[in-house]
Design a protein around this ligand. Structure first.
Ligand SMILES: NC(=O)c1ccc[n+]([C@@H]2O[C@H](COP(=O)([O-])OP(=O)(O)OC[C@H]3O[C@@H](n4cnc5c(N)ncnc54)[C@H](O)[C@@H]3O)[C@@H](O)[C@H]2O)c1
Length: 255
């Protein structure tokens, strides 16, 4: 095994953006990192960055929307690193557009990646995480879109709201095993995903408007999201479950 001495944290969508920052941060905190991404080059680059920083990582390629690929990827990571103790469901994808202009194939893909993908990964890792008891963690990346909606992102926002409701429900199911299940909701954060939203003239206006609406008047950084996830992954958060934490400069202040 490549990382048998360290507890294993798997980061989905770890090949770029927030996921890469999550991988680097959790590696710094002592975890061996499973980097799961559909983008082979991105996943390899993250694993190399973790290794260069003195950590331990293994990369696997899978589309989270495909349950068989996900099952194979988690089995591969288990053979190489050991059982998953912390799962960070971070893979996400969106196409910006008005709901009125959308089509069923695009809705299905958004749901498959953002919601079903999270279910596939959680199910694949569930037995090992549950076996870890209070050291196990499931942390999913939601979005402030789940809490207050987001213009041009209606189906994606619906998926993120579903992640919140699912996580609260799973938190109840896993309470007997003492496994905390929580959600971190980024606000607008400076990554390729946000840049793709801002690529159209309307999207650019929305991103500028959102930035103005953030009380701190700036976008978040991937490292700021990673800091919140690192807290939920740490022993300090062992009695916190079913919670949703926004990291968004005050964009939403939901109770
Ligand atoms: N950037 C933001 O402003 C923002 C705001 C709120 C929530 N989020 C959420 O944060 C998470 C990370 O977003 P990001 O901004 O880093 O995005 P990103 O596009 O920069 O990175 C996403 C990563 O996920 C991977 N990925 C996408 N679809 C996948 C699939 N089907 N299977 C496997 N891997 C896949 C990509 O290859 C990429 O490496 C997502 O869940 C996103 O919804 C981002």
């Amino acid at each position: 095994m490549e990382g048998s001495a360290r507890a294993v944290a798997v980061v989905t969508g770890g090949g770029g953006g927030i996921g890469r920052a999550l991988a680097l941060r959790l590696a710094r905190d002592g975890f061996a990192i499973g980097v799961l991404d559909r983008d082979r080059a991105g996943a390899d680059a993250t694993a190399a960055a973790v290794a260069a920083a003195g950590g331990c990582a293994a990369a696997v390629t899978a589309d989270v929307a495909d349950q068989q690929q996900v099952i194979r990827a988690f089995a591969d990571l288990k053979a190489r690193l050991g059982p998953t103790r912390v799962l960070v469901n971070n893979a996400g994808w969106d196409v910006f557009g008005l709901f009125a202009d959308g089509d069923a194939a695009t809705w299905a893909r958004i749901v498959a990646v953002n919601y079903l993908g999270m279910l596939h990964c959680t199910h694949a890792a569930l037995a090992d995480i549950t076996a870890a008891g209070n050291a196990g963690r499931i942390i999913s990346i939601g979005s402030d879109a789940a809490r207050v909606g987001s213009f041009g992102e209606s189906v994606y926002a619906g998926c993120k709201a579903a992640i919140v409701a699912f996580s609260k429900s799973l938190a109840r199911e896993l309470a007997r095993a003492r496994v905390p299940v929580n959600v971190v909701c980024p606000g607008p954060t400076d990554t390729a995903l946000l840049q793709s939203v801002g690529a159209s003239p309307l999207g650019a206006r929305i991103v500028a408007g959102l930035t103005d609406a953030i009380p701190f008047r700036r976008l978040g950084t991937p490292e700021e999201i990673a800091a919140a996830v690192a807290f939920f992954a740490s022993p300090a958060a062992g009695f916190i479950t079913g919670q949703v934490l926004s990291v968004s400069g005050g964009l939403t202040m939901a109770g």
